[in-house]
Write a protein that binds this ligand. Structure first.
Ligand code: FAD
Length: 470
């Protein structure tokens, strides 16, 4: 069996990994689109605090989080995964009660969250934090480095003979894959991918490699080189024009009215129909295959099955099949800073009820994010976005005032307009897996496993009926 996976973000890499474990012949194709979500993701894995009224979301993210420890062991390399715990913080302790009730309710079904406890002095765990906050500690929460996960998954695939190719994949109406050249001129960029992979349109069958993976779309997306030719910004580039309040946090003391703890929850109120929702939210001129300026005929890539895991671009990729998938990009800008000489590696994740989250990584790094913006395919770091993140971040953690800003990243979260994940068969040879919104680093590898099972005609590890294409 030969499977082509379109997209090597965390979902596509996860699918390829699970397929290659089964001895399937896998080719992964990635266009290196600017603004891939995986390279920007913060890395919070704490599913139990969100989606109190949405069991389908909760099941997917809970199982995704649950799958990590085994994955870490299988991969056998550092993917930045560590159970550092999460501090849920609020100025008014009353605001912690709904989430406490929710966690109590969920504990029996997810004991891996650990025993939730009050923390009297949160600054002992996260020193830069404001000292007027009340906090609950969820000890089982973890952080992970999205790029490292993706790269490790791809390396493991390549070591088993998978091929990773750089190029824009286009589908024909009957689900064949054509590979077109990707470069800076069409809004994508070449990247060398895994050692032994192919950055051109040559023959497949590259040697196994263990070299570093230069992930598509990583790095300097905001260094002034973004070619927005392929990414029309219908909001005129005005970040504030498309701002969305994803709070979904009703703010009341009883759990019934309480929304997701985290702000970056998927759309709170789905519109009447997927297409209506898509029209309301999708950019007027999305980054279409036309916008990507496909050159020439394209080179066929042989496959028995195709998995489309193209993130925010999935709707465009699938359009030739005659399906309209209302998948749209939700921009997130996120900041990396360092506190020289400070060991931040085991700081807990800070999840305020309102405002930005913060998390520590090794190398004295602290990550603060993120904006939540519906501005179409415009993967740009903006003054307004950075201002928002910094201003709100310093309110939560004033001790970061002197931290050195080292990097700003931007990514397009893939959102499926009905407000849920999108996983299922589109045709008898095409499987789709996307829509993980703000939860893709949590559920991405697991979603890849589901997609792999679907491609192989096997029963997926959970019931996927709720995520079927509408
Ligand atoms: C700022 C930010 C913070 C986040 N924080 C968290 C977090 O803390 N926890 C969490 O769980 N999640 C988080 N997320 C969400 C998570 O990052 C995403 O849900 C996840 O990365 C989506 O992965 P994906 O593989 O579906 O898409 P992507 O990573 O976007 O990958 C899609 C890939 O498809 C490729 N592609 C597109 N079109 C084509 C084509 N025609 N041919 C070939 N390739 C193509 C693109 O180049 C891209 O590499 C965050 C996201 C952002 C932006």
């Amino acid at each position: 069996m030969r499977v082509v996976v379109i997209g090597s973000g965390i979902v596509g890499a996860g699918a390829a990994y699970h397929l290659s474990r089964r001895g399937v012949s896998v080719t992964v194709v990635d266009a290196g689109c600017q603004g891939g979500a995986t390279q920007a993701g913060a890395g919070i894995v704490c599913p139990w605090v969100d989606h109190p009224e949405d069991d389908d979301w909760y099941r997917l993210t809970r199982e995704g989080a649950r799958a990590y420890p085994a994955l870490v062991e299988e991969l056998g390399e550092d993917i930045g995964y560590a159970k550092v715990g999460a501090l849920l913080v609020a100025e008014d302790p009353v605001d912690l009660e709904p989430v406490r009730t929710l966690l109590r309710r969920r504990h029996a079904g997810a004991p891996e969250m650990g025993d939730v406890v009050d923390v009297d002095t949160p600054t002992e765990l996260f020193p830069p934090l404001s000292d007027n906050l009340s906090a609950l500690l969820v000890p089982g929460a973890a952080r992970v480095d999205g790029c490292s996960v993706r790269d490790a998954l791809l390396r493991a695939c390549v070591a088993r003979g998978a091929v990773v190719r750089t190029g824009i994949a286009a589908l024909t109406p009957d689900g064949q894959v054509l590979l077109h050249q990707a470069d800076a001129a069409n809004g994508t960029r070449r990247s060398p991918a895994v050692a032994g992979s192919q950055a051109d349109e040559g023959q497949s069958g590259g040697p196994a490699g263990t070299g570093a993976f230069a992930g598509p779309g990583d790095g300097d997306a905001f260094a002034g080189q973004v070619n927005e030719g392929g990414f029309a910004d219908p909001a005129g580039g005005n970040a504030s024009a498309g701002r969305v309040d994803e709070g979904g946090i009703a703010g009341r003391a009883d759990e019934g009215e309480y929304g997701s703890w985290r702000q970056a929850a998927p759309m709170a109120a789905p519109l009447a129909t997927p297409l209506a929702a898509a029209r309301a939210h999708a950019p007027a001129a999305p980054a279409s295959m036309e916008a990507l300026r496909l050159a020439g005929e394209g080179v066929p890539v042989e496959a028995d099955m195709v998995i489309v895991a193209a993130g925010a671009w999935t709707g465009e990729v699938c359009r030739p099949l005659g399906v309209e998938l209302p998948v749209f990009p939700r921009r997130g800008q996120i900041l990396h800073a360092t506190m020289e000489g400070v060991d931040t590696a085991w700081w807990p994740i800070i999840l305020p009820r309102v405002g930005p989250y913060l998390l520590g990584f090794p190398d004295s790094r602290v990550v603060v994010g993120a904006t939540v913006e519906d501005v179409g395919f415009s993967p740009r770091v903006t003054m307004g976005g950075l201002d928002e993140v910094i201003e709100a971040g310093l309110r939560v953690a004033p001790g970061l005032f002197n931290a050195t800003v080292t990097e700003a990243r931007v990514g397009l979260r893939p959102v499926y307009a009905p407000g849920r994940a999108l996983i299922g068969r589109l045709t008898d040879r095409v499987v789709v897996a996307t829509g993980l919104s703000a939860y893709g680093l949590t559920a991405g590898p697991f979603t890849g496993e589901i997609a792999a099972a679907l491609a192989l005609g096997e029963t997926p590890p959970i019931d996927i009926t709720p995520y079927a294409p509408a």
